[in-house]
Design a protein around this ligand. Structure first.
Ligand code: ADP
Ligand code: MG
Length: 250
């Protein structure tokens, strides 16, 4: 069953328009002439082999990479309002013996004070409300290093949703998550975009999730090689070329 899609209009700053985007690092062209448009409420997946420039593309949108071209958050001709962007980075590794708990992590990120001061009662309530958005209230006292891949992604997602963003960007949220956890996470992302009316842009290597969840797929391999609905991109010659004719660089 295909989930109901929500994308369409661009009345808010949850729209993303990229025109002729190029990124060079140390004189090397990492991305060249990328053009794409993500509408409000859409879920889009970026796919491509390792080293294709997917994370670099996300970093350019986040303002962490210099680029040439246009990154705007409105339709052409409309004034581009700066959106709030929520970002879930590629899973950081936490040491299981590290005593940092989920509430400590929130304290550092939200209260901007060292975790050893502990959480005020009001702050704890806020953290619980954040975790509620990802059905993760029971994780509050767990050590971050002992969380499963799926639990860690939910905690990072809860952090990215406070304050609520217009555009949510996730870099490989499904890596390190088991098959059951992937469906839980994707259902959650789908619920979040409906509930909070935001757009989602994520990179993934898990193509099986795309037909069910993504409105659009962008195939990036040092440039935009294909774009369209999931079936169109997954059946395109460009997809075959990127993934099967380059020595299996998936
Ligand atoms: P992907 O996320 O698709 O695996 P990346 O965007 O991380 O790919 O990297 C694309 C290319 O850019 C790679 O060849 C990588 O080595 C290079 N690259 C990325 N960041 C840097 C950097 N800070 N310095 C030098 N090269 C980089
Ligand atoms: Mg990457």
């Amino acid at each position: 069953m295909r989930l109901q899609k929500h994308g369409g209009s661009c009345g808010n700053s949850c729209c993303l328009r990229v025109e002729n985007l190029s990124v060079h690092i140390g004189g090397e062209a990492i991305l060249e002439n990328v053009n794409l448009h993500l509408h409000c409420g859409e879920m889009a997946a970026i796919i491509g082999p390792n080293g294709a420039g997917k994370s670099t593309f996300l970093k350019a949108i986040l303002g962490q990479r210099e680029y040439e071209g246009v990154i705007a958050f409105s339709e052409p001709g409309q004034r581009s309002k700066k959106p709030r962007i929520g970002y879930v980075p590629q899973s950081p590794a936490f040491d299981p013996s590290d005593p940092v708990s989920v509430s400590d992590l929130f304290a550092c990120c939200m209260a901007k004070r060292p975790a050893f001061f502990g959480l005020s009662r009001a702050m704890k309530q806020t953290v619980l409300e954040c975790l509620e958005r990802v059905h993760g209230e029971s994780l509050i006292d767990k050590r971050v290093g002992t969380l499963s891949g799926g639990e860690l992604q939910r905690v990072l997602l809860a952090l990215a949703l406070e304050p609520l963003p217009n555009i949510l960007i996730l870099d490989e949220p499904l890596s390190g998550v088991d098959v059951e956890g992937m469906t839980v996470l994707m259902d959650m992302l789908d619920e979040i975009r409906k509930t909070y009316d935001l757009s989602i842009l994520m990179t993934t290597h898990d193509f099986s999730m795309l037909p069910r969840y993504a409105d659009k797929v962008f195939l990036i391999d040092r440039g935009l090689k294909a774009k369209g609905d999931p079936q169109t991109v997954l059946n395109s010659p460009e997809f075959y070329q990127s993934f099967h004719m380059k020595g299996g660089r998936v």
